[in-house]
Design a protein around this ligand. Structure first.
Ligand code: HEM
Ligand SMILES: N[C@@H](CC(=O)c1ccccc1NC=O)C(=O)O
Length: 481
């Protein structure tokens, strides 16, 4: 018996808005009990500028979550508390190691309810932090979106979050669409699967176009020096001044913890794309053949899988369900002679790969170039920013080595992102290798592959946009790359 397909309603996912909430996020907690929290986040910029945020938070009463009732209220409380948390940690000259009970006590209650970690996740700053400009118009694109909260009050920060919100809205229809494709594959309906994949490729293309809008209003300098320092987590942050992570003091006890900061790797939508297409991501540094070398996380899963722990619990459980039923890749592989089907599938891989390519270029402009400039402009390491010691200036003591640069999630960003991009293309390359073994050389079926050849010694070479892939052994027709 095949497991049933997920029902979106069971996971709080909207067929129209996807992982964005069905009802727009609450702009403020109206119960006067929480008035001091709302007052702080509404004055976050002057409090940060005047360096008075710590004293104001320290003098708060320790409030509880008992007056939160609706899901919208729980989410709003989470957003308010993590903006306070990151302002508290990163808003001074040095990162603040100890978080007081005024934040930790209610934050732990809220995080338990939402099943999400006590840190500023993608859900906090993007999914649950937007509002319409005109309430009577839809919030499905950038022409009617504004942010509820920001650290800096800048247009650049708003835009940085809103591009992701617009991507979630643009990509949302792919969720019911690809569940329909899974269902059609179960009943062997190749025509419907092909149509769904064609439509999915168009959606992925549009998502890529929204990503490119980042450049319109988010300036790399503002991003790198003003915004990004606040988004950092407490994991791998020794060089930024938090060697043990952050100490959460809830009055009853004190505990050091380390969490990754916000990252779009925590977007359930992008992970959904990979899962439905059967794209697998390995831990960074683990080779294609051996599975032994490299820096896998403690869980043994890679960073991308680990980022599921930073999603709202219901979204994480949805992805786990989709993991169990995803069948499109196997379906396509079992019908290799169906050209239209293979082509539609490969188009999806190509679009997703193109999205990752655009993203790598963006990371280069917003992080790599900026960190290099900062090193040249301030070789002594004297920096002025939200925190003089922060994510923007870590590892500047070491000469230019991009491999040392870290993302807010804590990854060695460039090797990680390139690997994720290359893995996107793997199903197409594998399928090609199978065909080559069976039929001999022919034209590549995919626009992402430019050349496939066989060497005299029998090993295969596939040239894709990502580089050259070699397969040197086969086992029952399966290639080992
Ligand atoms: C200025 C804009 C952006 C910068 C500088 C940036 C930077 C990064 C970095 C450094 C990582 C590595 C993970 C980490 O350690 O944090 C990452 C991961 C990721 N980012 Fe972005 N990002 C930006 C915008 C976006 C947007 C708008 C999207 C939406 C499509 C996105 C999608 C992803 C995904 C899906 C990952 C996980 C890796 C993967 O699946 O390929 N990023 N980003
Ligand atoms: N990982 C990125 C930050 C990032 O992508 C991000 C962080 C918080 C919320 C959303 C994010 N991504 C894009 O809009 C960085 O290292 O700067």
């Amino acid at each position: 018996m095949l497991p049933p397909l997920p029902d979106l309603a069971d996971y709080g996912i909207s067929p129209v808005h996807g992982f964005l909430p069905d009802e727009e996020p609450l702009e403020m907690l109206s119960n006067p009990y929480y008035i001091k929290w709302e007052a702080i986040v509404s004055k976050l910029q002057p409090l940060l500028l005047s360096r008075r945020l710590h004293e104001v938070i320290d003098s708060l009463p320790v409030l509880s979550a008992r007056h939160l009732h609706t899901e919208r209220e729980w989410r709003r409380a989470y957003v308010v508390l993590v903006f306070m948390l990151h302002g508290y940690v990163w808003g001074g000259n040095q990162p603040q190691e100890r978080i007081p009970p005024q934040i930790t006590v209610p934050l732990f209650q809220v995080c338990e309810h939402l099943d999400i970690p006590p840190v500023a996740t993608y859900a906090a700053v993007c999914l649950w932090n937007y509002k319409p400009i005109f309430p009577d118009e839809p919030t499905d694109n950038l022409s009617n979106l504004a942010c509820i909260n920001t650290f800096t009050g800048s247009m650049d920060e708003q835009w940085f979050y809103l591009v992701s919100v617009a991507i979630e809205a643009q990509g949302a229809p792919s969720i019911p669409l690809m569940l329909q494709a899974i269902s059609a594959a179960r009943s062997g309906d190749s025509r419907v699967v092909t149509e769904c994949l064609q439509h999915f490729a168009e959606i992925l293309d549009k998502v890529g176009a929204v990503l490119q809008k980042m450049y319109e209003h988010c300036d790399p300098h503002i991003f790198y020096h003003r915004i990004r320092p606040y988004l950092a987590g407490s994991k791998n942050m020794g060089d930024a001044g938090l060697p043990r992570g952050v100490m959460y003091d809830d009055g009853a006890g004190q505990e050091y913890r380390q969490y990754s900061g916000g990252s779009n790797a925590q977007s359930s939508l992008i992970q959904f794309f990979d899962i439905v297409l059967g794209i697998e991501h390995r831990p960074t540094g683990v080779g294609r053949n051996d599975g032994t070398s490299g820096a896998a996380s403690k869980s043994g899963h890679g960073f991308i899988r680990e980022m599921r722990d930073y999603m709202p619990g219901s979204h994480r459980r949805f992805l786990e369900h989709v993991d169990r039923v995803a069948n499109i890749r196997e379906f396509v592989e079992s019908r290799k002679s169906d050209k239209a089907l293979s082509c539609a599938y490969d188009a999806c891989l190509a679009m997703l790969r193109a999205l990752r390519d655009k993203h790598i270029q963006m990371v280069s402009r917003y992080i790599i170039v900026k960190s290099r400039e900062a090193r040249i402009n301030s070789p002594t390491g004297t920096q002025h920013g939200p925190a003089a010691l922060n994510l923007a200036i870590v590892r500047q003591d070491k000469p230019s080595n991009n491999k040392k640069l870290r993302g807010t999630g804590g990854t060695a960003l460039i090797p990680f992102l390139k690997q994720a991009r290359d893995e996107t293309e793997e199903p197409a390359i594998n399928a090609w290798a199978h065909r080559l073994l069976r039929d001999g050389p022919a034209e590549p079926r995919s626009a992402t592959l430019s050349k496939v050849g066989e060497h005299a010694d029998g090993h295969l070479e596939v040239v894709g946009l990502a580089g050259t892939w070699s397969a040197d052994q086969t086992e029952g027709g399966i290639c080992h790359w």
